[in-house]
Design a protein around this ligand. Structure first.
Ligand SMILES: C[S@@+](CC[C@H](N)C(=O)[O-])C[C@H]1O[C@@H](n2cnc3c(N)ncnc32)[C@H](O)[C@@H]1O
Length: 264
């Protein structure tokens, strides 16, 4: 992993990133999608780029056997302390896992940190190899337009450096943090919504579906008020289920999930 990505994660933000606001909404929606995508427990699940185990922990609590891979030793140590989760340091492009050993593989992180397309295909191929025939690969990507929207929502576009970064991102998909604000994230690739199915197909997987994670709701100024109210949260989840497969909204969602299957 590149040094600047390591430096970014060494600051330790992943333990609390999904606790509030847009992060909490990202977690609730990703979890909701996972619950409707994965077959019932017990499955053998490989969580590649699983960080501190935000999804691995709850999946293990449901009775799945979860093994987590991440390049950051600090993340792996935190994940390995979770009940029912095993974890090891590793890289999505070269997994030290046997062929066809898992019922499902999650790629929630690697695809947006691998800037070169060949590296992303390698990560998809490794997931396709580790999952059993008929098993699922579920992958998260970040929208090409997330930085543009974030620039306005959070006021980052007031900074000339951010505006320059954004021009490059919109043109190429490549995001490089040229400033010193950690909220501007780190080296990443931001996909156009139509790209992940092609990457999955190139790795030999059958595309199943794409779904918006947050939809446009991550931009709501009053998002925390909605999430503090169980009835309003349930309403938002119900509405997002209705539009998650709507391609016209995908680019406005911060994250997109792509579901693909290894041919039987
Ligand atoms: C933003 S975190 C996402 C964590 C969690 N999976 C989630 O969805 O909230 C991205 C994770 O991807 C990991 N990562 C980055 N490059 C990777 C690679 N080449 N292989 C595997 N994991 C990688 C990082 O260390 C980090 O833990």
């Amino acid at each position: 992993m590149q040094n600047e990505i390591e430096d970014y994660y060494r600051q330790g933000g992943e333990t609390r990133r999904l606790d509030a606001g847009a992060g909490r909404w990202e977690f609730l929606r990703t979890w909701d999608l996972l619950q409707r995508t994965l077959p019932a427990a017990p499955l053998a699940i490989l969580d590649v780029g699983g960080a501190t185990g935000v999804y691995a922990g709850p999946l293990a609590a449901q009775g799945h056997r979860v093994h987590l891979i991440d390049p950051m030793p600090e993340h792996v140590a935190a994940a390995a302390a979770l009940p029912g989760v095993t974890a090891a340091v590793g890289d999505a492009r070269a997994l030290a896992e046997p062929d066809a050993a898992y019922d499902a593989v999650l790629l929630f992180g690697p695809l947006y940190h691998l800037v070169a397309r060949g590296d992303r295909i390698a990560a998809w191929r490794e997931a396709a190899r580790a999952v059993r025939p008929g098993g699922l690969v579920v992958a998260a990507t970040i929208s090409r337009f997330a930085s543009l929207l974030d620039g306005y929502v959070r006021g980052y576009l007031a900074h000339e450096v951010f505006a320059r970064m954004l021009d490059h991102t919109l043109a190429t998909g490549e995001h490089r943090n040229l400033g010193d604000d950690r909220h501007w994230f780190t080296t990443a690739y931001f996909h156009r919504p139509d790209e992940p199915p092609g990457e999955a197909a190139e790795a030999g997987l059958d595309f199943v579906r794409s779904a918006a994670v947050e939809g446009p709701l991550w931009m709501l100024p009053a998002l925390d008020e909605v999430l503090a109210d169980p009835a309003r949260t349930e309403q938002a989840l119900r509405l997002l289920r209705q539009v998650e497969g709507e391609p016209h909204l995908w680019g406005a969602s911060s994250h997109l999930l792509t579901v693909a299957r290894r041919p039987a």
